[in-house]
Design a protein around this ligand. Structure first.
Ligand SMILES: [Zn+2]
Length: 374
């Protein structure tokens, strides 16, 4: 198995949360065993940290990628245009920790797209990264409920019109469902490479258009990074849940060099499968949740069957797929043990993958968990 390690260094902070010397010491055994394929870190502004990492990794012949948030985070940075929810405010955020929060930017804003590239050019380009891994490339998931979905700024409303949708009708529907209608009527009919089919035609079309918008927007950002000679990776939700945040792995995979689907079975926070599945139940109702389980697999044994089916589907994609699963522990939201790491490693190997992304923060991975991998 080959590994692409990742490390979270903080959000706009001048000083990295992680220490380059400690990270390199943890990576060395993997490099010496010939298993270190690449390393990604981001997105604090501590340039000395990246310089030190880049210098050492280059000497090892290992590519170094900048992990970079796109449509959320950069908290405190005033340069972005926010989303406008169906209810009229911003999409509410879920705070994971003081360093990791989730607020959303409008993906159709050309200014937002340019600002991401400008942040890269202004701060990170001199480091000489080999690529970027784009993170937070989504709308708010069901964590904000149906009324927090999508964007209803003037520009997005015009795009909905152009694509044959009535934004006011969508808003009314989202708000009505968020008041309880979902508990009785919403159903997930089927899932294919275009996403889920939902029994309400207005929502069905809206969900699909959100994906199209993200693909169009992200396509421009990916192309611009590639023009700079950089490899591009994408950090994605588990495909069965990503659709509700505007992500379709099949389509997004075509614009990147690799994708990293987050198959987080043990995380009680955004992107975690149990967490997002529970948000689906709360937002779409019990019947839709039962549909999800029937189609995607049992929640027994920490959603093991869901992860297995996701891996089978991901194995059919034509792009490179590096599955990600938790190796760090972040009490109380994720408690990863060596047994759980071994269990996930086993699933990924059985599915035929040769590269994984031990997630999501090398700086917080206990030695006993890392030992399972090497
Ligand atoms: Zn918008």
């Amino acid at each position: 198995m080959q590994y692409v390690f990742q490390c979270f260094t903080g959000d706009l902070s001048e000083k990295s949360l992680a220490d380059a010397g400690s990270l390199l010491a943890a990576l060395r055994p993997f490099h010496e065993a010939g298993k270190l394929k690449a390393v990604m870190a981001g997105w604090s502004l501590d340039l000395d940290f990246y310089r030190q990492m880049k210098e050492n990794l280059a000497a090892w012949g290992v590519p170094f990628y900048l992990k970079m948030a796109v449509f959320s985070e950069w908290n405190g940075y005033e340069g972005f245009e926010e989303t406008v929810s169906a209810a009229g405010g911003g999409a509410s955020s879920h705070v994971l920790s003081s360093e990791e929060t989730f607020e959303f930017r409008c993906p159709t804003s050309a200014h937002n797209q340019e600002e991401v590239l400008s942040l890269y050019d202004r701060h990170f380009a001199p480091i000489g990264f080999d690529g970027v891994v784009l993170d937070r490339i989504r709308y708010s998931s069901l964590v904000s409920g149906l009324s927090g979905m999508g964007c209803f700024c003037e520009r997005c409303r015009a795009i909905y019109h152009r694509k044959g949708l009535d934004p006011d009708q969508i808003r009314e529907r989202l708000i009505a469902y968020s008041k309880g209608a979902a508990a009785t009527s919403l159903r997930l009919l089927e899932k294919n490479s275009d996403g889920w089919k939902v029994n309400d035609p207005v929502l069905d079309a809206f969900f699909r258009v959100r994906c199209e918008i993200l693909e169009e927007s992200l396509g421009k950002v990916c192309a611009a990074f590639k023009e700079r000679g950089l490899s591009v990776g994408l950090d994605l939700f588990a495909p069965s849940l990503g659709y509700f945040a505007g992500q379709r792995s099949t389509q997004l995979g075509q614009m990147a060099d690799f994708i990293k689907p987050m198959l987080y079975r043990f995380t009680d926070a955004p992107a975690g499968i149990p967490f997002e599945a529970d948000q689906l139940r709360q937002a779409l109702g019990d019947a839709a949740y039962d549909d999800y389980i029937r189609i995607c697999g049992s929640e027994k044994d920490d959603f093991r069957e869901v992860a297995e089916r996701e891996l089978t589907e991901l194995g059919k994609l034509s792009c490179s797929v590096y599955p990600g699963f938790e190796v760090n522990t972040v009490p109380p939201i994720v408690r990863m043990t060596p047994e759980r790491v071994a269990n996930m490693l086993d699933l990924v190997e059985q599915a035929g993958f040769d590269t994984i992304v031990p997630s999501w923060n090398l700086a917080m991975m206990p030695p006993e968990n890392l030992k399972v991998l090497n």
